[in-house]
Unconditional design. Sequence first.
Length: 85
Amino acid sequence: MASQILPLELIDRCIGSRIWVITKTEREFAGRLLGFDDFVNMVLEDVTEFITTEEGVKKVKLQQTLLNGNNICMLVPGSNGPEDS
């Protein structure tokens, strides 16, 4: 029988690790998860934002960012972004 894990429990296990976040607006962020709250608002550090343009994917480096949990569509623990896929 498979063990059960709650979504917030999985995110909690990712604190201090790399995580890839895809938002509803198709913006993508990869960074180290510093923390989150019950609304899944997230603080990431050492962040790379991936912006898709007509010319290709543009990378923007950010020291730290706060993501609104309401806009998060998908989380990929242990990933460095679309380069890993």
